[in-house]
Design a protein around this ligand. Sequence first.
Ligand code: SF4
Ligand code: SF4
Length: 520
Amino acid sequence: MLNPAEIEKLDVEAVNSASNRQPLYVARRKIHPKRASGNFRQLKWIVMAITLGIYYLTPWLRWDRGPHAPDQAVLVDLAHGRFYFFFIEIWPQELFYVAGLLVMAGIGLFLLTSTIGRAWCGYTCPQTVWVDLFLVVERAIEGDRNARIKLDQAPMSFRKLGLRLTKHMSWLLIAVATGGAWIFYFADAPTLFRDFFTGQAAPVAYITVAILTATTYTFGGLMREQVCIYMCPWPRIQAAMLDENSLTVTYNDWRGEPRSRHTKKAVAAGERNGDCVDCNACVAVCPMGIDIRDGQQLACITCALCIDACDGVMDKLHKERGLISYATFRDYDANMALATVGGTTPIDPARVRGSDGRFVPGIADFNWRSVLRLRTLIYVTIWTLIGLIMLYALLTRDRLEVNVLRDRNPQYVILSDGSVRNGYTVKLLNMIPQPRTITLRLEGLPGASMSVSGLHTGPEERSVNVPVEPDRLRALKVFVRQPADQAHPERQTFRFVVEDKVNQETSAYTATFNAPGEHK
Ligand code: SF4
Ligand code: SF4
């Protein structure tokens, strides 16, 4: 077991310290986060690999939809107004599914925040993931914290120039790959890849890649923590969403204070002494440049790297891990009340430890039951309900639709034989990637017949067969005629019915028929 004084004290300042806020317009002071290792760092590597893998590889996944539809598994086909997601195809009028997914994502985020705090920020937010990736590259090229500080302070030399160029070129390559991957979601990836590098892609593709390259490089490489602290609204929203049962990264000062590097001397002198040996390891690994011992701060993204750093120190001192830990405000307050006799005295760690040096039984610890509370159950219920409704709507939705627009001017025409004719624009939507022959027929309107412009129909047809291309809308100009002896002075309603006899799908639209005497 190491003596606390033997634990290296890192020379580091929390540049964004809550207890020593910099003026708003002061120039950024660079942070040099030290490499952390531990359980949370491992978890972050895994999450990073999964999220980056999903982002970069998804456009290259193929999904066979037959010869009449693209075979890219995930594709936003702006040219044809389609969104493909594996077996799901969304038309523009079905965008409410996307809206529903966004609502579910929002409620999911509320649920996550109310249970495990800012886990989104700490593990999966693109800003966090890309900054992490840029830091990995920086460390691989320039070394860990001390080497980078030394390099920053060194005068310009061939070595420094070489390292800097290598780093920035590597960052730029990642940034280009990030922008490049994004455009592959909007067109066939292999085709666009070839076109892009042969100069045949659309200008918007080059402009998009240029913008995303610039933003990725600037946000991930240069601005880093400033994006989270000054630009992102989420920390502000989130602060209002945490409650006393939300888990958040916490410095347990009820066991850590008073901090000291000279525990033995302090104890010998009869002074109170906490577990914190003031080694600054937690500050050195923090990518946000803060000191978690200052308390909860908006700048803390809860990446938990300080937990790993401090757990490493506690292991060396043979003390319980968790001086910095995920804790709820409720548990923290209970333990603080214990250590300070309800806030009436300074923290005395002796109140939380028995004579055997172990924590007293009254110490509050995380209990999974606090996750299952009314608020989280409401979120889960709403989330599940929306999900089920969307799933039901998706599984039972029509893939054949008809929309009708009646001509307004003229409202009707009286033909030479006295019959009355109304004109309509009938839109047939074949929403599957296969060609179909759709039967369009009239239902109601006694004696009426129809003719379709561009199709050979007999004079008295009430039903016509219309070929429609796969995954397309076909607009028809349809004239409905009613003989003079059947014409009605009042507005009549009837239905255009469309039917795919092969796939046994039907859809209908109720339209109106105007005749003399009815001009509205
Ligand atoms: S204080 Fe800890 S959890 Fe918060 S950002 Fe810094 S290292 Fe991450
Ligand atoms: S909280 Fe832990 S890591 Fe931070 S200074 Fe104290 S002992 Fe060191």
